[in-house]
Design a protein. Structure first.
Length: 472
């Protein structure tokens, strides 16, 4: 029996700073440690027996970012399922289950969200072992967080008083309560926070979904059976998947089934839904500050500062959240930080560029960062991974100038094949066929200066591409 981790990383949930539609959601950022939240979700499973490579369900736009982050932590063979459109957790989990059944008919799925923090790993593993046993017995197991306060931000699970091998029969799923109700739940002692983490056999899940939500099973089955292989990704068939109802696994199945048990989890868990949540779990200095990145703070108290690109300084402030990203800076009082959505809506109404795109974009060969944009010019920093190669291409409306700042590049410029080392450069005129490759084991970085009347990404004509992006 193998445990297959299923990581839900679709990017459709709460974004801490959702400045643009392309802004990377919180699970792809290093918010609670040195690794990103997606990476931490995978790494905290290390040490479990019979652990298979994960299935990661994500938005198609984030596929290269997910693949890159898996490579960074040496996860070599993940199955990355690409959702053509977000449809909530029930279709995503069903797709992962049907995909896992292609390889094994008795695997147990461990369904996790990529944006949780769990600090007591030993306790977490013990709870997984209990849930695994329940799953092997044919149960649908969910993890219920032992509440530490009367929190009104979570749904609750009412459990039976008695347990069987560590699992308690679920009597009721309860929506987010008001404060008075939450306090009553806390006093009763058999109410747990709904974590949104689960464990069950894939075939049991599909069987139960077929009973309670058969339309989901039928449509998702079509999407999985007609999926296409796209490089190292599995791209779910769009038409069928888009017809599935956007519904959570709780509504589609868990609240309807009488086969659900809950395993209590008391492992310093937190669902990161706001910057203040990160402040709450962060290591605070003597002044009550949580400082991430290059930060200099003086006479500053009870403040969360996140610096991602350059030094952030603060003097004489209290109770703030300061978030500096390559695209924008967000400043709010701790009690108003959750209202970032209203700022985003304002930017969208004003048609601001910041609400449409972000600087750093991932590609199968690496990534680029748009350093500067002006009238008829753009400057990019290209990061090309070892062994990676940009397509053989041409532009109708722009010229490019490449300067190698680190590593060694093999460049095609028209009829010439060039080896460019640090400090070397080449100029590529308009309508000249060109390509760039990193044949070494070291990272390659290029500064690219584009000039021309039009600099859009759609002005690319590809002739050859090892990633299958040449259009017929």
């Amino acid at each position: 029996m193998q445990i297959i981790p299923v990581i839900l990383s679709g990017g459709s949930g709460t974004r801490l700073w959702p400045l643009s539609r392309n802004e990377y959601p919180k699970q792809y950022l290093p918010l609670a440690g040195d690794n990103t939240m997606l990476q931490e979700t995978i790494l905290r499973l290390s040490g479990l027996d019979n652990l298979a490579d994960p299935i990661i369900v994500c938005n198609a736009d984030h596929r290269f970012l997910v693949a890159e982050q898996c490579q960074q932590i040496r996860v070599k063979n993940p199955i990355i399922l690409l959702e053509p459109i977000g449809r909530n957790t029930a279709p995503a989990i069903a797709a992962a289950a049907l995909q896992s059944l292609k390889a094994s008919d008795d695997a147990v799925m461990l369904v996790l969200s990529a944006d949780h923090v769990i600090q007591d790993i030993d306790v977490f593993h013990e709870s997984i072992k209990i849930a695994s046993s329940q799953a092997q017995d044919g149960k649908l197991a969910t993890f219920g967080i032992v509440p530490i306060d009367a929190n009104t931000g979570y749904g609750y699970i009412k459990s039976s008083k008695n347990n069987t091998d560590g699992g308690y029969k679920v009597e009721e799923f309860v929506e987010k309560p008001d404060l008075e109700t939450a306090q009553a739940y806390l006093e009763q002692g058999n109410y747990l926070w709904n974590s949104g983490m689960f464990m069950f056999k894939a075939d049991v899940l599909i069987d139960e979904l077929t009973i309670h939500s058969p339309d989901i099973v039928q449509l998702v089955s079509d999407a999985v059976n007609n999926a296409t292989q796209d490089l190292d990704f599995v791209r779910l068939e769009e038409q069928s998947f888009s017809l599935t109802p956007g519904i959570s696994i709780d509504y589609a199945l868990m609240e309807k089934s009488d086969n659900v048990v809950v395993v209590p989890l008391d492992a310093q868990w937190n669902d990161i839904g706001s910057w203040t949540a990160l402040y709450d779990i962060g290591a605070k200095d003597g002044s009550g500050n949580v400082l991430k990145g290059d930060v200099i703070a003086k006479d500053t108290t009870n403040t969360y500062i996140y610096a991602s690109r350059h030094v952030v300084t603060a003097v004489g402030v209290d109770n703030l959240v300061v978030i500096d990203t390559p695209d924008a800076t967000f400043i709010a009082s701790q009690d108003k930080a959750h209202e970032v959505k209203s700022i985003v809506e304002s930017l969208q109404k004003k048609g601001r560029d910041e609400a449409r795109s972000n600087r750093k974009v991932y590609r199968p060969w690496g990534w680029y960062d748009s350093i500067e944009v002006g009238v008829h010019f753009q400057v990019k920093r290209l990061h090309v991974n070892p062994g990676a190669k940009l397509s053989l291409q041409m532009h109708h409306q722009r010229a490019e100038h490449w300067v190698v700042v680190s590593g060694t590049a093999t460049a095609i410029n028209g009829e010439d094949v060039l080896t460019l080392k640090e400090g070397d450069a080449t100029y590529i005129p308009i309508r000249t066929t060109h390509s760039l490759e990193n044949k070494t084991n070291e990272q390659l970085e290029i500064i690219e200066v584009q000039s021309g009347a039009y600099l859009g990404e759609d002005d690319i004509v590809r002739f050859e591409d090892i990633y299958g992006r040449v259009k017929d």
